[in-house]
Write a protein that binds this ligand. Sequence first.
Ligand code: AP5
Ligand code: MG
Length: 218
Amino acid sequence: MIPGARIVLLGRQGAGKGTQCVRLSRHFVVPHISTGDMLRAAVREGTELGKMAKAIIDAGGLVGDDIMVGLVAERLEADDARVRGYILDGFPRTVAQAEALDGITQKRPIDAAIDLDVPRDLVLSRLSARRVCRDCGANYQATGSETGQWTCDNCGGDVVQRDDDTPEAINRRLDLYETQTQPLMDYYGATNRLVRVDGVGAPDEVFARLTVAVEQRR
Ligand code: AP5
Ligand code: MG
């Protein structure tokens, strides 16, 4: 049987968390729990949470800690996460969220927090070129030569730019990362749970580094 894993994936916006989590989730047979995807689904469905979160997300801000902790706590209670584990993408991103996660996972602690390290100038160019499928969430990089309607290779859905991939929102998200999320490196480092993985290189190379990091820690 393939052993599961309980992993937090940290890294700047555009570091490739979403891209790599899809692969890691398949490889380790654990759910990919992305708080960004959960919020975007709530926006699409027009729930109360979605209505509240839309303006915050589009402006590149952070949704309140209490709401995010409640959302993740409920998701981690589901059978798949309890039995196999999970890969958390986009949570925690404040020290308060990390402390809450330690409380939630007291009985089954995380194996490691992985920092997918990509410099700011490189993530800026990746985010400006990112396009996503509105239906299945697959990621693409625009080359500038695309014309007309872009359809997804996986599901045939519309491929569009995310509403928060504007220059203003990208800069705000990256600034918030430095002030709010960077302190998590010390938080996890101090308890010997932090693993740094170089996120620069082809997606296959980065994936190989990540699988080694997970296998060494779980
Ligand atoms: P979220 O959806 O988590 O967005 P984010 O943090 O801005 O991160 P990204 O999704 O932009 O980056 P990524 O690392 O996943 O990069 P990707 O794989 O797409 O959150 C959205 C919003 O929700 C937040 O701003 C906030 O408002 C709210 N929110 C979510 N969680 C919250 C929380 N816990 N607390 C409070 N608020 C919360 O890759 C980027 C591009 O690069 C893609 O085009 C991809 O194809 C390309 N790429 C990937 N890897 C490579 C590679 N190796 N080489 C070249 N290109 C690559
Ligand atoms: Mg993402």
